[in-house]
Design a protein. Sequence first.
Length: 132
Amino acid sequence: MRFSEYFVQVALLAEKGDVVEAERVLREAEKYSLPFIVTHMVLCARAYLVDLHAPDNAIRCLLEAECNNSDVRSLLEISETYIELALHETACKRCIKKAMLAATDEEDYQRLQEFFSKHSQYKKIVAESTNV
């Protein structure tokens, strides 16, 4: 089965009400996901939250991705997922701070600027908590 097919299967099983089998399939997808590829873990997090209504597992996937990635692009993608899924604001702020600290070049600063343009409420919150 292709990696993307796992998520289709999970959605179909969850829709039918077979949550146990859907979770088994999703856990299998997790085994094949690569934690340093943020998109893999984001897909798992989304499936846990949207299809299985399991926010703890969704947060676990994002935390795993956060622990395995230290570049600005990845950290901002994880932060954006926290925001989009309305999960764990404290973890989101921590991830944004990590991205800010990881920024080293113009491209990184541009990514941060674009992120804060889209999510302006976080710029103030993060700035206040870091005294920037």
